[in-house]
Design a protein around this ligand. Sequence first.
Ligand SMILES: *[C@@H]1O[C@H](CO)[C@@H](O)[C@H](O)[C@H]1NC(C)=O
Ligand SMILES: *[C@@H]1O[C@H](CO)[C@@H](O)[C@H](O)[C@H]1NC(C)=O
Ligand SMILES: *[C@@H]1O[C@H](CO)[C@@H](O)[C@H](O)[C@H]1NC(C)=O
Ligand SMILES: *[C@@H]1O[C@H](CO)[C@@H](O)[C@H](O)[C@H]1NC(C)=O
Ligand SMILES: CC(=O)N[C@H]1CO[C@H](CO)[C@@H](O)[C@@H]1O
Length: 230
Amino acid sequence: MLGSLFALLLTLSAACAQDPYGSDHNTTSIVGTWSSGTQKVVTGPGFADPAQETFVYPNATGVGYSFSDDGWYELARFRYIANGSHPECIIATVVWAHGNYELTDNGSIILTPIGDGYQQVQSPCTGNSNFMQNYNVTEVYMAWRIFTDVTFGPKLHLFQYDGSAVAPLFRLSDQPNMLPKQKLRNKEVTVVTTTRDGLITTETLLSKRKEKRRDAEPHVQRRGWSSFFW
Ligand SMILES: *[C@@H]1O[C@H](CO)[C@@H](O)[C@H](O)[C@H]1NC(C)=O
Ligand SMILES: *[C@@H]1O[C@H](CO)[C@@H](O)[C@H](O)[C@H]1NC(C)=O
Ligand SMILES: *[C@@H]1O[C@H](CO)[C@@H](O)[C@H](O)[C@H]1NC(C)=O
Ligand SMILES: *[C@@H]1O[C@H](CO)[C@@H](O)[C@H](O)[C@H]1NC(C)=O
Ligand SMILES: CC(=O)N[C@H]1CO[C@H](CO)[C@@H](O)[C@@H]1O
């Protein structure tokens, strides 16, 4: 179904070079707060505290975006990456980032982070099973469309360059739910690179300090992998 939707989009964009979006698009502005699936992953203070490099884990996986009317975006994502041959080695990642977005003339959307994003990785089958990384990935989508779902209202689709679609995003609010639009984590002074068990990671000093504290105080419980399954 998404495939035919996408074919339709391509036809539309080819047909109207002047209007890369097409007439069915634009039922509403992209400005607001959007979330996929069960809509549990939402940007803003309820998800990430960049200064402390912490996350409040949502109750379900998914992705959330907010877009402001002055070109700012925020990303929140919580997902599992399956391992076919070793199901017990499923990897969980939680990501927060923000920065500037651009709606280009050819209909694509470019999300450029400002460099203070971070990611927590829970990887039960590697020696370093729970670590924090810097996350500064530019996202480019070749097209975006907003349709109106009869049940859920405005629905945002982001299309990747390989033609696949990101899970549809439902609008939670026409206002963006965002942390302050400025650098919230000083990654320059905190970066340290380490290699463990063949895994090259860029860990932050803050997360290392937390590890040390945990080692020094055995009564402080380290958040384990098992706490990520409800
Ligand atoms: C997850 O669900 C529990 C129980 O419904 C609730 O108390 C908690 O606030 C939820 N957590 C988040 C991050 O939404
Ligand atoms: C659309 O424009 C952006 C920036 O100008 C560029 O990066 C991207 O490759 C273009 N996409 C296509 C399909 O030409
Ligand atoms: C983050 O990525 C953007 C876009 O590639 C780049 O301009 C910026 O310098 C990067 N910031 C850091 C701190 O690496
Ligand atoms: C699956 O897990 C095994 C055991 O840790 C690992 O060797 C392998 O690289 C993993 N495969 C993928 C695709 O991540
Ligand atoms: C009503 C509305 O939101 N219109 C928007 C349609 O899309 C263009 C291109 O993104 C925007 O500039 C309009 O504001």
